[in-house]
Design a protein around this ligand. Sequence first.
Ligand SMILES: O=C(O)CCC(=O)c1ccccc1C(=O)O
Ligand SMILES: [Mg+2]
Length: 347
Amino acid sequence: MRVETREFSLQLESPLDTAHGSIEHRKGILVRVEDGDEVGIGEATPLPGWTESLPACRAALADIEAPGDELSNLEERLTTLESTPAARHGLSLALADIRAKRDGVPLYRHLGGPEQVEVIPANATVGDCSPAETVDAVVDAVSAGFECVKVKVGVRSVTDDVARLRTIRDAVGSDIELRVDVNGGWSRAQAREAFHKLDPLRIAYVEQPVSGDDLDGLADLRGRSVRVAADESIAETSVDAVLDADAADVLICKPMVLGGPDKVVEVADRARDIGVTPVVTTTIDGVVARTAAIHAAAASPDRPASGLATGAMLARDLGPDRTRLVDGSVSVPQDAGNGVADTWGRR
Ligand SMILES: O=C(O)CCC(=O)c1ccccc1C(=O)O
Ligand SMILES: [Mg+2]
């Protein structure tokens, strides 16, 4: 058995501006596990603020490069990667890819998903930009078939963002689901004001209205017409803390943050059990992790629009993307394993 890693850097087509800062590139580590005649590929793409740093991820993966003879030896190492979720994601995905290939099933079936899932509805993601640019981007997304759009807010004043969202609602009509992501940019007072003003705009939910560590602040915002979603809070506290504090109606499940597609399934099940809606999204990953996120979403019994349409944000990718985005839905690969074309021979 062999474990190898390879670093990569992917530039975004244009920066994604959020209240948490701007994302310009994604650097990470591909993980290749060869066991007998089977090869599994995983991707660890850390994002500071959500996961460990790249150096911490690199160090964690360097530690696992001398496994024993059995695949199960490597699977046992996963428990040592709990505090470095991106590293865990990379290894866990490579291992799951091998297991699923051996069993001759697509990854979502290996993860316990239903018999046949062809497509997952996706949301379009629109970063902070001027009102005119935002409306153009949202209208383009709706023309392309998206029925759900997530808009980044919190960089501008509440008044300006509410006006921006009102213009969007007027432009797309009432049938399009609108979500808002504040990336922790509001104070409690701003959040209360914003929730009140958003009431007539039928916003489905607001993601991370207040800072990640403010679980009481999140909990206080619940029970209005606009639902509350926790994202950064999961990384800054924990899934347990968020659920125990009754801090969210919606739990944003990012495989890279939770530590792998297997973890997404586990966390999504727990959330659903207590009436919290899990929504799978990426951290703007390369094609390997992005495809795995599609499988993680496909493994769920219910599939709300998911943040999986992030591939076009990258100027260059790790390899070809076999998934298709048609009418606002992403296709789920049906080949055995993750179903990603060769990414190892590329840079
Ligand atoms: O959820 C989506 O629509 C796309 C993913 C996304 O917004 C995102 C991407 C990278 C880092 C953070 C976030 C976020 O949800 O805040
Ligand atoms: Mg978010």
